[in-house]
Design a protein around this ligand. Structure first.
Ligand SMILES: Nc1ncnc2c1ncn2[C@@H]1O[C@H](COP(=O)(O)OP(=O)(O)OP(=O)(O)O)[C@@H](O)[C@H]1O
Length: 344
């Protein structure tokens, strides 16, 4: 539950690596977003998009080149002492001493954390209670990630930063971590998550931002980001039929189509109208639309499209994009004559 208290507030954030002498690189370029108390916010993006670079600034591990960061009302870099005890951080790589056991690792860490949750409780929460006496070097990759999470939870943080928390976990471990993160969020913990698993963001995030080359390419509630993408209908044309035999696609609210042998794929922002129009047509014709598949857009489709659009806007992306999409028709022209040839 959120209560509109801005726990994370980021305005026009920039991060630059290197220097003028060796050459510099701007990894985070004018990023602005905020996260309310009790909200789970996901940062998504392709490799190198700038997720970790952004999160590190929020954790106070580095100072921004420009812009403003506030976590719990404080600058996490210059007021680290005020912010650090109230946040939990799960980095991408824990780097624990390999000879210590899981329990010793937690005990060592607990010594550096104020307001500690008990060691047993932390290990229990991440499902490592039975592995407490196993040395870190003997833990699996997924177990190490969970140990990392246990350490982040020790201080009963108000804000939890999770950088790719389920990378390396099997399906069961991933589900268990989702369950735990949801439970923490429901208990009022504010969570900032980075992930490459779009299903994870779909499952957990109240809101998200998609980063591309250091900029936010799209943001909002998951449903709103997904709703920017068209729904899809695919089916096989009945024997003896061609695309031009269907009702006019613009009248069905179809915004684009592809024909691949007998398979027709339609894109539409008015799914019910298009699906109804097609089914009524099939009934009236007395034919079956084989392999009929009707589906709303997914976050994965939205992500891929947004990343592709963002790439297309960079000079390099435009050059790469030339020549793409030639097989895709626009409903306005419909290209039915050409499609007839393709399916005849
Ligand atoms: N210490 C550094 N020095 C120079 N460049 C860096 C440094 N750390 C990251 N970068 C560059 O900054 C860009 C953003 O990296 P970052 O790790 O923030 O991306 P990311 O979105 O977290 O990627 P991934 O999903 O692969 O973890 C990349 O081009 C990366 O090569």
């Amino acid at each position: 539950m959120t209560n509109n208290e801005r726990v994370i507030d980021v305005t026009d954030l920039r991060r630059v690596y290197g220097d003028e002498k060796r050459g510099s690189f701007e990894a985070v370029r004018s990023v602005t977003f905020s996260v309310d108390r009790g909200e789970l916010f996901a940062l998504l993006g392709t490799n190198g998009a700038g997720k970790t670079s952004t999160v590190e600034l929020l954790e106070g591990l580095a100072a921004p080149a420009a812009g403003r960061v506030r976590v719990l009302g404080h600058d996490p870099y210059t007021e680290r002492g005020r912010v650090r005890p109230r946040i939990g951080v799960m980095l991408q790589e824990g780097g624990f001493p390999p000879e210590l056991t899981a329990a010793e690792t937690v005990r060592m860490w607990a010594g550096c954390t104020s307001g500690s949750r008990g060691m047993d409780e932390a290990l229990e929460m991440v499902g490592l209670a039975r592995r407490r006496d196993v040395r870190v070097k003997q833990l699996s990759g997924g177990e190490k990630r969970r140990l990392d999470l246990a350490l982040a939870l020790l201080g009963r943080p108000e804000v939890l930063f999770l950088d790719e928390p389920t990378t390396g976990l099997d399906a069961e471990g991933r589900r268990a971590t989702w369950e735990l993160v949801r439970h923490l969020r429901d208990g009022g913990t504010t969570v900032l998550l980075t992930t490459h698993y779009l299903e994870e963001a779909e499952e957990l995030a109240d809101r998200l931002a998609i980063l591309h080359e250091g900029r936010i390419a799209a943001s909002g509630r998951v449903a709103d980001v997904v709703a920017t993408q068209p729904s899809r209908i695919s089916f096989e044309l009945p024997d003896g039929y061609v695309l031009g035999d269907l009702p006019p696609l613009p009248e069905l609210g179809v915004s684009g189509h592809e024909v691949d042998g007998p398979t027709v794929r339609l894109r539409t922002d008015t799914l019910q109208r298009a699906a109804t129009g097609l089914l009524v047509w099939a009934r009236d014709e007395g034919v079956e639309l084989r392999r009929l598949d009707v589906r709303g857009a997914s976050l994965e489709e939205a992500f891929l499209q947004i990343a592709q659009d963002a790439k297309g806007q960079s000079p390099q992306g435009r050059a790469q994009g030339r020549g793409q999409g030639q097989r895709q028709g626009q409903a306005q022209g419909q290209g039915q004559g050409q499609a007839k040839e393709m399916v005849a």
